[in-house]
Design a protein around this ligand. Structure first.
Ligand code: NAD
Length: 504
C-alpha cells in the first residue's frame, strides 16, 4: 500500500504526537507510524458517536440494510486490496487471508438480508386477551464499544460492527495496533457505501487505557481477545451494569474415531491446526486418536505437515505464512521449549525458520505431552498440535472436556457416531469431519464459547439482537375498561379466573 493511501486512512484518527511503529511480520520492516490516543480522546470520540447515533436511530432499517448491501458490493470490488492489507499486517498466507475476507464479505450481505425481519416489532401473546395487546420493539442500545484483536481483524470487525450498526447503534471500535489499517480500510468502504462517517469511529492506543475508556463510557461492549483480558472487561462492564459479549480463547480438541480414515483425518487436522499459522481462536491444538491407530495417524500427520509450503507470497503458492510478530514468536517458542523440558517428543517442527523471515515458525507436531507441560491446558495460539492416544471413547470425551475452555471441538469419523459424540462435548461449536470451517463459515449459526471461552454469541439473529434492548409496548384496547376500584375487581374476578383456567 502506498504511503499516501496509508496517510489518508490514518487521517481518520485524532492527531497524537505519540506514535508506535507497526512492522510487517513477514520481513520485520516498518510499515508506518501509528498515532496512539489517550483516554480523553477516546471519551471525546464516544461523545461524538453518541450524538450521531440519535439521527441514525431514526433512519429506517430498510435504509440501513441498503448501506450494508452496498458495502458488500464494494468489498467484492476491493477484494484484492483487502487481501494485500491483511497479509501486510498479519503475515498470513494468501489462502488464509482469502478465507477470512470471504467470510467478512459474506457477513455484509447476511446482516443486510436478516436486518429488516429480525428488527421488526414482534407481536406477543397479551396477558389479558381481547382487552390488551402487546408488542416487542428492538431498540438500539446507543454507543457500542467493540474491542478486536490482531489475528482476524477484518472478519471479527465485520461480524460485530455491522450488526451493531444495522441495529441502529453507533460504534467506537478499538482496533489492535498491529492491524489497524485493515480496520480503517473496512471503515472507509463502509462510509463510501453510505454509512455516515461519524457512526463508526476507530481508536487505537494502549490496550488498558483505551480499552478502559471504552468500557467506562459506552452502553455495551463486544470484546474479542484473550480470556485474561475478557475477565477484566467483564468485571468493569458488570460494575456499570452494561451488557457485554465476550469471544475469548480456546484449547480446542479433535477426537478421531475408530471409523475414521487416518489419511483423511490427518489432512483435516493440518487444516484445523495450522490455519493462519494456528493463530486462530477455533484452531485445533490437541488430537485424541485410538491407541491402535496412533502410529499410523502420526506418520500421516508428520508427512503432511512436512509437505506444507511455508513463506511469504501475495499469491496462492504458499500454504502457511508468518507468525504475527515478535511476541507471538516468543510465546510459541516458550510453550514448545517448556513441553520439551517436561518430556514431550517433537515429531516435526519445533523450530524457528529464520531463513524465511524474522517470525516464521515451523508447523509442529508433538506427542508424549506431560500433563504438567504448560501447553497441556493453556492455549498456545500458534502452529502446534499435540497427539495423544486413547483406549476407549468415553475416556477420549472426558479428556476433550477436561479444560477450562469450551470454544470449538472436532470429531472425525462416521457421521452418525460423530454426531453422538458431538452432543457430549462442552464446546460452543463442534465440527464433524472438519476442524473449524464448517461451523465458522455459517453466518446464520451462533458462534461463541462455553466456560472460560466466553459469554454470548455472535452471528445468527442473536448476534444482531444482542445489540438491541427489548422494549415491550402494552396497549389497553379500551373495549372494556381495566378495573381500578376494588368493587370492579370483584366483578371481573370470576371472568379472569375462567380465562386463566381455560386459556392457560
Ligand atoms: P488480548 O486480550 O491481548 O487483546 C485483545 C484486544 O484487547 C486488543 O485490541 C488489546 O489492545 C485490547 N486490550 C488489552 N488490554 C485491555 C483492557 N484492559 N481492556 C480492554 N481491552 C484491552 O488478545 P490478543 O492476544 O490480541 O488476541 C489473541 C486472543 O484472542 C487469543 O486468546 C484468541 O483465542 C482470542 N480470540 C478469540 C476469538 C473468538 O472469537 N473467540 C477470536 C479471535 C481471537
Amino acid at each position: 500500500m502506498s504511503e499516501t493511501s496509508i496517510a489518508s486512512l490514518v487521517a481518520h484518527l485524532p492527531a497524537s504526537a505519540n506514535t508506535v511503529p507497526v512492522l510487517n511480520p513477514s520481513n520485520g520492516k516498518k510499515i508506518y507510524d501509528l498515532p496512539q490516543l489517550d483516554g480523553g480522546q477516546v471519551i471525546e470520540a464516544i461523545q461524538a458517536a453518541r450524538s450521531a447515533q440519535l439521527d441514525w436511530a431514526q433512519v429506517s432499517v430498510v435504509e440501513r440494510a441498503k448501506a450494508l448491501s452496498e458495502l458488500h458490493a464494494l468489498m467484492i470490488a476491493d477484494e484484492a486490496k483487502l487481501l494485500d492489507l491483511l497479509q501486510l499486517e498479519t503475515g498470513k498466507s494468501r489462502a488464509h487471508a482469502f478465507e477470512e475476507t470471504i467470510g467478512a464479505i459474506a457477513s455484509a450481505s447476511y446482516f443486510a438480508k436478516i436486518a429488516v425481519k429480525t428488527l421488526s416489532p414482534t407481536k406477543t401473546k397479551p396477558g389479558v386477551p381481547v382487552l390488551t395487546k402487546t408488542y416487542v420493539e428492538h431498540a438500539p442500545l446507543g454507543v457500542v464499544g467493540i474491542i478486536t484483536p490482531w489475528n482476524y481483524p477484518l472478519a471479527l470487525t465485520m461480524l460485530d460492527v455491522l450488526p451493531a450498526l444495522a441495529a441502529g447503534n453507533s460504534v467506537v471500535q478499538k482496533a489492535d495496533n498491529q492491524t489497524a489499517l485493515t480496520v480503517l480500510f473496512a471503515r472507509h468502504l463502509a462510509v463510501e457505501a453510505g454509512i455516515p462517517a461519524e457512526l463508526w469511529t476507530v481508536v487505537v492506543g494502549d490496550g488498558e487505557e483505551v480499552g478502559n475508556a471504552i468500557t467506562n463510557n459506552v452502553d455495551y461492549v463486544a470484546f474479542t481477545g484473550s480470556t485474561a483480558t475478557g475477565r477484566k472487561v467483564a468485571a468493569r462492564a458488570a460494575e456499570r451494569l452494561i451488557g457485554c459479549s465476550l469471544e475469548l480463547g480456546g484449547k480446542n480438541p479433535m477426537i478421531v474415531l475408530e471409523s475414521a480414515n487416518m489419511k483423511r483425518a490427518a489432512e483435516i487436522a493440518i487444516a484445523g491446526a495450522f490455519g493462519s499459522a494456528g493463530q486462530l481462536c477455533v484452531s485445533i491444538e490437541r488430537v485424541y486418536v485410538p491407541n491402535r491407530f496412533k502410529e499410523e495417524f502420526q506418520e500421516e500427520l508428520v508427512k503432511r505437515t512436512e509437505s506444507l509450503k511455508i513463506g511469504r507470497s501475495n499469491d496462492f503458492t504458499i500454504d502457511i505464512g508468518s507468525l504475527g510478530g515478535y511476541n507471538q514468536l516468543q510465546r510459541v517458542m516458550g510453550f514448545v521449549e517448556d513441553a520439551i523440558s517436561t518430556g514431550a517428543t517433537v515429531l516435526t517442527g519445533g523450530k524457528q525458520l529464520t531463513d524465511l523471515g524474522p517470525y516464521f515458525y515451523a508447523p509442529t507436531v508433538i506427542t508424549n505431552l506431560n500433563p504438567n507441560a504448560r501447553m497441556y491446558a493453556q492455549e498456545v495460539f500458534g502452529p502446534v498440535i499435540a497427539v495423544e492416544g486413547y483406549e476407549d471413547l468415553d475416556a477420549a470425551i472426558e479428556l476433550a472436556n477436561q479444560t477450562d475452555f469450551g470454544l470449538n471441538a472436532s470429531v472425525i469419523g462416521n457421521e452418525k457416531a460423530a454426531m453422538r459424540v458431538a452432543s457430549r462435548l462442552n464446546a460452543g461449536s463442534v465440527n464433524i469431519n472438519e476442524g473449524f470451517r464448517a461451523s465458522f463459515a455459517s453466518m446464520a449459526s451462533p458462534m461463541g464459547g462455553m466456560k472460560a471461552s466466553g459469554q454470548g454469541r455472535r452471528n445468527g439473529t442473536g448476534g444482531l439482537l444482542r445489540f438491541t434492548e427489548a422494549r415491550t409496548i402494552g396497549i389497553a384496547r379500551g373495549l372494556i375498561k381495566l378495573p381500578s376500584r376494588a368493587k370492579q375487581y370483584e366483578k371481573m374476578a370470576p371472568i379472569m379466573r375462567l380465562l386463566t383456567k381455560f386459556l392457560k
